[in-house]
Structure formats: structure tokens, C-alpha cells
Design a protein around this ligand. Structure first.
Ligand SMILES: NC(=O)c1ccc[n+]([C@@H]2O[C@H](COP(=O)([O-])OP(=O)(O)OC[C@H]3O[C@@H](n4cnc5c(N)ncnc54)[C@H](OP(=O)(O)O)[C@@H]3O)[C@@H](O)[C@H]2O)c1
Length: 236
């Protein structure tokens, strides 16, 4: 049977490219996104390449949307092999002046945590049991070097906190695997040319997704509870 993957934030950027690449590797990919209607053209393009993809509605910042998504997903499929928690926002970079830690608003932190941390936490909490039941699962939390405590710099407090906390999500769920072949890892894609990374970034999208694909397709006995860039461990 085909392996089944869920990729969040699949409408564009790294999520879209990861979905296409997994489908090219023979996975059926549920492309979870806020606005499947708006992404119809993108999805049709993938289908025209004979890729097995389907769009489903999911706003990771809304608990009700997560519950509705998981319910619909369980009803339709009942199992999942790969979860890529990719959806993310970097609004302290977008809102003028907010990037200084002395200007960061509580609402910026709250919104960022809702999308980048709590969404992945809830989705993992609800889908992890399906993986444990099957005895197989790969969970990839798309984190960032900006969340590394060892490299912590000033500015962008909301985004940094959300990614450091996402790494905690990785560690706590990794510790719950209890001998099952369920591997949970954080990866940093590097600085990638997407809407978020901007055109000044030093990596292409293809380079950015390499580490995501590596973690999504790890063999049995692969690393669990780690933080990686390009398949190499990096400091927390
Ligand atoms: N690009 C980089 O340099 C870089 C570096 C390190 C880490 N990352 C991480 O990589 C991931 C992907 O980033 P990207 O560069 O591909 O960014 P992007 O081009 O801005 O795409 C972000 C994606 O997340 C989706 N999204 C945002 N909020 C969402 C929500 N509440 N529910 C569902 N989907 C939501 C967006 O959907 P809409 O189309 O609906 O807005 C979009 O598909 C993020 O977690 C980011 O933090 C990126």
C-alpha cells in the first residue's frame, strides 16, 4: 500500500515543494492548507503530472480547524505515515518596527506561537496515536536556526521563541515513541528563497526541502528527537 503523508502549509514555498517531492517518491500526499480553493491551480498542476495529491482545509492556528481536519482525515484514511509540520509565519519580520525585542507586542508572540508551535503540538498530539498503532511514523517539525539557544541573537523574539518551543514539541513527542518505529525530528531548512525567506536568501527551494525529505523518509532505526540541517545534527 502507498505511504500516506500530510504536509501543512502546502499552498506555497517549502510546503508545496515538499508535497510535490514526496508525491514524486510514491507517497499519497494530503496537502493541508488554509485556502484549498485559492490553490486549485497549483493542485491541478501537480495532478496533471500524475501525482497523487489531495488538498484538505486546515488552519493550524485554529483548534477547531485542527479538530475538524483530524476528524475528516481519520474518517477518510484512518492511518498516516508522515506528518510534516511546515506551516509557519514570521510576522515580526513583516510588521514594521516589531522586530526589535523592545517593540514586540504580546499579540505578535501569541499569533506566532499559535501557528508555529501550538498548531504543530495539537496536530502531533492527535495523529501520533495513529502512527503508534501502525508501528510506523515520521514526524518532521520544520524549525529554524533562529530558534537555536546556542546561536541566539537579538530581535525577532516571537519567531525565535516559537521555533525554540517547537523543538521542545519535537523532544517531548520523540520521548513518547516507546520503542515503536515512530521518529520525530526538527529540521532547519537553512535560509531559503520563499515568500518568507525573501529573494536575498542563499538557498533554493530544492536545497531547502532536502533535509525535510531526509527526515520524512528516515529508515527504521534512524534518529529520533534530534535537530538537523542537511541531515547533519545541529546544536539546540
Ligand atoms: N524560508 C526560510 O528561509 C525558512 C528558514 C527557516 C525555517 N523556515 C520555516 O519553513 C516553513 C515554511 O516556510 P516558507 O519559507 O515556505 O514560508 P512561506 O513561503 O511564507 O509559506 C508559509 C506557508 O505556511 C502557510 N501558513 C501560514 N499560516 C498558516 C496557518 N495558520 N494554517 C495553515 N497554513 C499556514 C502559508 O499558507 P497561506 O498560503 O494560506 O498563507 C504558506 O503555505 C515555516 O515553518 C518557516 O518558519 C523557513
Amino acid at each position: 500500500m502507498k505511504k500516506l503523508a500530510i504536509v501543512t502549509g502546502a499552498s506555497r514555498g517549502l510546503g508545496l515543494a515538499t508535497s510535490e517531492a514526496l508525491a514524486q517518491r510514491g507517497y499519497k500526499v494530503v496537502m493541508a492548507m488554509r485556502n484549498p480553493e485559492k490553490a486549485q491551480k497549483v493542485i491541478n498542476n501537480l495532478k496533471m503530472k500524475d501525482l497523487d495529491v489531495v488538498a484538505m482545509k486546515l488552519d493550524v492556528a485554529q483548534e477547531k480547524s485542527i479538530n475538524d481536519f483530524v476528524e475528516a482525515f481519520r474518517r477518510e484514511y484512518g492511518f498516516v505515515d508522515v506528518l510534516v509540520n511546515n506551516a509557519g509565519i514570521f510576522i515580526d519580520n513583516e510588521e514594521g518596527g516589531d522586530k526589535s525585542v523592545f517593540k514586540t507586542k504580546a499579540s505578535t508572540i501569541q499569533k506566532t506561537l499559535a501557528t508555529n508551535t501550538i498548531g504543530p503540538f495539537l496536530l502531533t498530539q492527535k495523529l501520533f496515536p495513529l502512527m503508534k498503532q501502525e508501528g510506523y511514523g515520521r514526524i518532521v517539525n520544520v524549525s529554524s536556526g533562529m530558534g537555536q539557544l546556542g546561536e541566539m541573537d537579538g530581535a525577532y523574539a516571537a519567531y525565535r521563541m516559537s521555533k525554540t518551543a517547537l523543538n521542545v514539541v519535537t523532544r517531548v513527542f520523540a520521548a513518547e515513541a516507546g520503542g515503536a518505529d515512530v521518529l520525530v525530528n526538527s529540521i532547519c531548512p537553512g535560509w531559503v528563497k520563499t515568500d518568507m525567506g525573501g529573494q536575498g536568501a542563499n538557498r533554493t527551494i530544492d536545497q531547502g526541502i532536502k533535509g525535510i525529505l531526509w527526515a520524512a523518509t528516515l529508515p527504521k532505526g534512524g534518529p529520533n528527537g534530534g535537530f538537523f540541517r542537511d541531515g547533519e545534527p545541529i546544536e539546540w
